[in-house]
Design a protein around this ligand. Structure first.
Ligand SMILES: C[S@@+](CC[C@H](N)C(=O)[O-])C[C@H]1O[C@@H](n2cnc3c(N)ncnc32)[C@H](O)[C@@H]1O
Length: 224
């Protein structure tokens, strides 16, 4: 799996710039509106080349920890970092997020945790990562999940049109929609994620928003 990402690292930014740009715009507009960009501590899990990490820093995050397990993604991230520009506010950790007890790798909790296009694992592993993120979250902190991919989609029952399609057709449909901007549909609703949420964040509040893209994001807010 990581081997694939290592190869991908060479063209990742080019291939994903439009998708990332549009999704990030939605996320950061939301964060700005809710005063959550300045002075926040941010954990970016499966950070890739660090698109949200860098945007968070530029928008005034107190500090950002970016985690990825691909040494090539990390190398690219480091190249972008422009030595010491962020003055000790940015830390990169090479770590497999599937490790048990993630919290022992961090000696702090975070205001915002990103799982942006990061939950590609088995259902149980995805749930486990979410549980661990919840432990690493400050009160009133946010977990922001963006995942247009298949694993989470399995949790969504009763939406047959898109999800009955084989994976490659969904991806094709998604890319056509992305390029032509013709897709505007409501794919996920709050209730549909209750099941996922119950285990992942028993006292959290879960809200999903539909992005104007063949992707979505979810916010999980820690209440206590
Ligand atoms: C689709 S990219 C997402 C990158 C970034 N979050 C973004 O939105 O641009 C998925 C990333 O997850 C990383 N990854 C995959 N499995 C991982 C694991 N077990 N532990 C840590 N990172 C992992 C890959 O190296 C890759 O950089």
């Amino acid at each position: 799996m990581i081997c694939g990402w290592n190869i991908n690292a060479f063209f990742y930014d080019v291939a994903n710039s439009r998708l990332s740009h549009d999704i990030d715009k939605i996320i950061f507009n939301f964060l700005k509106k809710n005063n959550k960009t300045k002075n926040t501590s941010v954990l970016d899990l499966c950070a890739g080349t660090g698109s949200v990490s860098f945007k968070s820093l530029i928008l005034g995050a107190k500090h950002v920890v970016a985690v990825d397990d691909s040494k090539y993604m990390i190398t690219r991230m480091k190249h972008k970092k422009q030595l010491d520009f962020f003055n000790g506010r940015f830390k990169i950790i090479k770590l497999n997020v599937l490790k048990k007890d993630l919290s022992k790798y961090f000696n702090e909790k975070f205001d915002i945790i990103y799982l942006k296009r990061a939950l590609y694992f088995s259902d149980n592993e995805n749930k486990d990562i979410l549980k661990q993120c919840y432990k690493l979250l400050n009160k009133n902190g946010l977990i922001i999940i963006v995942n247009p991919e298949k694993n989470l989609i399995r949790y969504v029952k009763g939406r047959k049109i898109l999800f009955a399609l084989p994976h490659f057709l969904r991806r094709l449909w998604a890319w056509i929609g992305l390029l032509t901007r013709t897709i505007k549909y409501n794919v996920y609703t709050y209730e549909k994620f209750d099941v996922l949420c119950e285990e992942a964040c028993p006292r959290g509040k879960l809200i999903t928003l539909n992005a104007p893209l063949p992707a979505y994001y979810i916010r999980i807010i820690k209440k206590e």
